[in-house]
Design a protein around this ligand. Structure first.
Ligand SMILES: Nc1ncnc2c1ncn2[C@@H]1O[C@H](COP(=O)(O)OP(=O)(O)OP(=O)(O)O)[C@@H](O)[C@H]1O
Length: 724
């Protein structure tokens, strides 16, 4: 008999992971055998009595365990779970299967589990009938339009309590779960359609009886992975813990990453924290690598802002595709990209150049200002910003260029005399750097861009450039990245979230030769953070900020439709009378999390400054709790216990529990990081917005538990949490 399609569900994967190793091996053999010949003896396919669906079967894995599967035709098998013999029959009889009319994907749910929830919560008892149902305003036709299976609707109409709602949301197919939570939050049918359903909608008309077409649909692949003939690959797919992101992509994530037609130029994906932007970037790299012509000597560049994040990307890419994949990719942080270009240039002046960090640059500016400034008209933050955002952003080299340069986006108007004075300072600052064979980070990117500006396509080392955390790159980085791959289909894939911008770089990609028009998409489903934490984090952001949140291309971005279906405890938001009291409370909180089973290295303490993070480490250690400060540029130290770090260092990471400490009015916003309103009112607003983003980034690192604490007066950013 010819081979058949075998797919396994995320629930099957979870059941597999809870089995011991000998049975796991039997499961893999069983899957391969089923794929080779479902009629082979030993599989012992049997139908349960009284099944909801006559196409549901169980099959023998060993004497004790049976797999539960759906066989919609003779050549396709969907594995739902693996259970002890009797449980498997009960479960099989209760599963309800269908091809979703809107998404075209195969979906199923356990009707028995849902009935149990309604009984436990009392929602179906006569006593509950005086309470209104959650969905009285939603008609059957609305449910159908939103992709809810008709078999599910009578059950949904029984839901009267939040408990039942949240419990059932965890049991039903992915789309249905998002839809009912959004309706229960008060969204209209039209809003739910536009913000949620359209993202999962099938690309072409759906015939629910055409089971063969359903196998390939992105919505099916959100829940089911395809079994291949390679047992090692299969074991790798099933075994890796926390591996869901490698296999079960949301339809929209899959469409973006594995798009069949090339993107006809640079493409951009935005989305709130935890929506899987990094996951999509990694899968995009995998898809591009798979389509690589064998003859090419070019590679793929996967780049991001910091060292810590490029290390993480490298590890994740290895998890996704092993050495086959990583050998085709350079994973480098942007500064490494810049340094490599300078170092490899034939002009010897760059070979040993010293690239200075922000602190060294600030110190050098202090010297120039003290020695040369006529008066205190221009302070250091203003001059650094003028240098980076006007001079370096436009690669200005002469006085004439500076005099005619656009200062769009700058908040302070300056006279010609001011321009002359500023230029004198900038020129002297750059002269001293030249003398010392030194460059600032962004300046180094400009010089590297000068080198690549002379390249032809033959010089470009990469076929594709994939960028994560795009919101933080400077104009000079973009000019450089643009030059690293030839222009053409799939040349650049850019992911980022401007709500998480924590450095001062704002760009319009179109003006830098990167045209993303018509190729922008947004992800909205958060996979990391509970609804409770997400709702709290969003209050920290000011959607009406005078500067708004841009889309990297001159337009604006929004968090519309941003949501999570995970549930957990409400964040703990509390003020204390003194720093000591706050630290004592932190120790108690960490102990409680640890007692609840969260390993210490899955707990982060995040503060605005290293000093406060360090004070937390000292307090934890004094109380006998292992902890370490992870500084910027350092890699994580899981063996050292609780991971303490600054808000900047936490970017891109995630932890099961996060304690944000020191969120008082004196450190958030941090006065030293905010330009005075009088010096430049737009810089001032942007600095405040960036400080908000730091808190937003920090709060959204938490998967399950979050606390935000301070001593003295709370930060102004916490008013949305009812704190004043
Ligand atoms: N389809 C998926 N299935 C399961 N888990 C997923 C999926 N997509 C993403 N995740 C998980 O969600 C978390 C967030 O993903 P990721 O880091 O890619 O998000 P992000 O948008 O880049 O976040 P941030 O902007 O906050 O850094 C990770 O733990 C990831 O494994």
């Amino acid at each position: 008999m010819a081979k058949v399609n075998v797919l396994f569900a995320d629930t099957f994967d979870k059941a597999y992971q809870s089995l011991d190793a000998t049975i796991q091996r039997r499961v893999v053999d069983f899957m391969l055998k089923l794929r080779k010949d479902p009629d082979a003896s030993g599989l012992n396919l049997k139908q349960p009595h009284g099944a909801h669906d006559k196409r549901v079967w169980t099959a023998r894995v060993n004497d004790n365990f049976r797999a539960v599967l759906w066989r919609p035709d003779h050549t396709t098998f969907y594995l739902a779970s693996i259970k002890p013999h009797d449980d498997a029959y009960t479960y099989a009889a209760q599963t309800v299967w269908n091809v979703n009319k809107v998404t075209g994907g195969v979906e199923f749910y356990d009707h028995g589990a849902i009935k149990e929830i309604l009984l436990r919560t009392g929602d179906v008892l006569p006593a509950a009938h005086n309470k209104p149902g959650f969905f009285e305003k939603t008609s059957d036709a609305d449910f159908a339009r939103l992709g809810i299976a008709p078999t599910l609707v009578p059950t949904l109409r029984e839901i009267r309590t939040e408990d039942a709602l949240l419990g059932i949301a965890e049991q039903i197919p992915a789309l249905a779960s998002q839809v009912i939570l959004a309706l229960a939050d008060g969204k209209t049918t039209d809003q739910v359609w536009a913000e949620i359903v359209t993202q999962s909608e099938a690309d072409s008309d759906v015939d629910p009886d055409d089971v063969a077409a359903a196998v390939e649909r992105p919505a099916t692949r959100e829940t089911f992975a395809v079994v291949t003939d390679d047992s090692e690959e299969l074991e790798r797919m099933l075994l890796k813990p926390m591996s869901e992101w490698r296999i079960f992509l949301h339809p929209q994530q899959r469409r973006l990453a594995y798009r069949k037609k090339p993107y006809n130029g640079p493409a951009r994906v935005s989305g709130g924290p935890g929506t899987g932007k990094t996951v999509v970037a990694l899968h995009r790299v995998k898809a591009l690598a798979a389509a690589f012509p064998p003859s090419t000597d070019r590679k793929i560049l996967l780049t991001t802002y910091t060292n810590a994040l490029s290390d993480l990307l490298h590890r994740l890419l290895d998890d996704l595709g092993g050495p086959d994949l990583t050998s085709k990719v350079d994973v480098l942080n942007i500064d490494k990209v810049v340094r490599d270009i300078l170092r490899n240039d034939t002009d010897a002046q760059w070979t040993n150049v010293d690239v200075l960090g922000d602190a060294a640059i600030a110190a050098r500016w202090n010297d120039v200002i003290t020695e040369l400034a006529r008066d205190d008209s221009f302070d250091r933050p203003f001059l650094i910003s003028e240098w980076e955002q006007v001079v370096l952003a436009q690669n200005i080299r002469t006085r004439e260029q500076y005099f005619s340069a656009s200062r769009a986006g700058r908040g302070r108007r300056i006279t010609r005399a001011d321009r002359a004075a500023i230029w004198t300072l900038i020129q002297e600052f750059e002269r001293r750097l030249d003398r010392d064979k030194a460059l600032g980070f962004k300046q180094a990117a400009v010089r590297a861009g000068d080198i690549t500006a002379n390249w032809t396509d033959a010089d470009r080392p990469y076929q594709h450039v994939v960028v994560d955390e795009a919101q933080d790159l400077h104009a000079a980085h973009w000019t450089l990245l643009r030059a690293l791959a030839p222009s053409g289909p799939d040349d650049m894939f850019i992911v980022g979230d401007t709500f998480q911008r924590i450095y001062d770089n704002r760009v319009t990609l179109g003006s830098l030769g990167i045209d993303i028009r018509g190729r922008s998409s947004r992800l909205t489903l958060n996979y990391r953070t509970t609804r409770q934490i997400l709702n709290a984090a969003i209050t920290v952001i000011d959607p009406d900020s005078p500067n708004g949140y841009d889309d990297l291309d001159g337009g604006s971005d929004t968090l519309r439709g941003y949501r999570s279906v995970l549930r957990g405890a409400k964040p703990d938001v509390a003020g204390y009378s003194s720093p000591v009291a706050e630290m004592n409370a932190l120790v108690d909180r960490v102990r409680t999390w640890s007692t609840a089973g969260i390993p210490l290295d899955e707990i982060a303490v995040i503060a605005r400054t290293n000093a406060v993070a360090n004070a937390a480490v000292t307090a934890l250690k004094a109380a006998g709790v292992e902890a370490a400060l992870i500084k910027s540029g350092q890699t994580a130290k899981p063996e050292a216990g609780v991971q303490a770090m600054t808000m900047h260092r936490a970017k891109g990471l995630e932890f099961r529990a996060v304690a944000i400490v020191g969120a008082g009015s004196r450190s958030l916003p941090l006065p030293a990081a905010v330009t005075a309103r009088e010096a430049d009112h737009l810089d001032h607003q942007r600095d405040i917005q960036r400080e908000r983003s730091l808190l937003f980034v920090s709060a959204t690192r938490a998967r399950e538990a979050l606390s935000i604490t301070w001593s003295g007066q709370p930060s102004q950013f916490l008013t949305g949490l009812g704190v004043s």
